[in-house]
Design a protein around this ligand. Structure first.
Ligand code: OGA
Ligand code: NI
Length: 333
């Protein structure tokens, strides 16, 4: 099909990497990461019975970092372990078995197995392959993009999707209360129970020059929120006040990203986090973000209760599909 998978390139790149993967100096992780600092994205215990305390912690993290980790979140560790096991097994299949799920070149849909995602900045490529498919709601699922091998792929992914609702509801409730809204208003502004959960698996093969390449270049997520689990290889970085920080790997934690839609609905109080992913010399890194998104045709804008003469809306309302189109094609907002 003419698309080169990074997984294949990694097999014959033992000392150097092809030139198109070498980032310009202002992006190179070795030159742009803050070293030896104690600043870290906050870790929040979601099981704390003191809800006000949890709300305060989430408000703080979402306003200052746009990212935090949650522990005691209610998703069984075994469910997460099984999600990771089958995703890893899929990427370890021989190439022709994975290609059966490849996105077709002209496809409008984001779902499927693929390599290039964003328009490449300055022609530079990211050191990653991916698989995208929706996992919720059932009416939105296209099972053609769900691997049949390993056989427990479907069951394990369905199980993870089912367990996510508790965390998603809790996070939106806290984000909502933190803005002085009713507990359900933030979720409603994102489409309520019609929100779509889009799973991505990022597969970052080992890379001989992790100082020069990037797995994912700096971006903010278009989603409302993103909930990510990584394997045990550190690589995610968050940008705060123009500096890049490593996000520590905490076993069994979920990494929550505030996405563009929450920033928009909150009229800028919460910050969509700028983040990127590094790659590793010895180990393959894998991550499983779930992008929790409004339905495509839902119009999203600053919440009416949060705007007034003193606080005018910072952006115009837009259908989510339109927002994504503009961002991906870099047309003005
Ligand atoms: C993404 C992303 C980070 C990671 O896929 O949007 O930011 O840690 N991934 O893999
Ligand atoms: Ni991201």
């Amino acid at each position: 099909m003419g698309v080169e998978r990074v997984q294949e390139i990694a097999n014959f790149s033992k000392e150097t990497i092809p030139e198109e993967f070498i980032r310009t100096t202002y992006e190179q992780p070795a030159l742009t990461t803050v070293q030896g600092t104690v600043l870290e994205v906050p870790v929040i215990d979601l099981s704390d019975p003191d809800e006000e305390k949890v709300v305060r912690a989430i408000v703080d993290a979402s306003s200052n970092w746009g990212m935090f980790q949650v522990v005691n979140h209610g998703i069984p560790h075994e469910t997460v372990r099984k999600l990771k096991e089958v995703g890893k097994a899929f990427f370890e299949l021989p190439p022709h078995e994975k290609e059966a799920y490849a996105k077709s070149p002209g496809s409008q849909s984001i779902e499927g197995y693929g390599t290039k995602l964003q328009r490449e900045v300055e022609g530079k490529k990211a050191w990653v392959d991916h698989l995208f498919h929706k996992i919720w709601p059932p009416s939105e699922i296209n099972y053609q993009f769900w691997p049949k091998n390993p056989p427990s792929y479907r069951k394990n992914n369905e199980e993870y999707a089912k367990h996510m609702h508790g965390v998603v509801d809790k996070l939106f409730r806290c984000l909502s209360l933190g803005l002085g809204l009713e507990g359900n208003e933030m979720k409603e502004a994102m489409g309520g129970d019609n929100m779509v959960y889009l799973l991505k698996i990022n597969y970052y093969p080992q890379c001989p020059r992790p100082d020069l390449a990037l797995g994912v270049p700096a971006h903010t997520d278009m989603s409302a929120i993103t909930i990510l689990v990584p394997n045990d290889v550190q690589g995610l970085q968050a940008c705060k006040d123009d500096h890049w920080y490593d996000v520590e790997y905490i076993p069994n934690a979920l990494i929550v990203h505030i996405g563009d839609q929450v920033e928009i609905v909150s009229n800028g109080k919460y910050k969509s986090v700028l983040h990127r992913a590094k790659v590793n010399k010895e180990k393959t890194r894998i991550s499983w973000p779930v992008f929790v998104e409004p339905p495509a045709d839902l119009e999203v804008g600053p919440h009416p209760k949060l705007v007034n003469e003193a606080n005018p809306p910072k952006v115009e309302s837009k259908k989510y599909s339109q927002y994504c189109f503009c961002k991906l094609n870099k047309t003005p907002k």
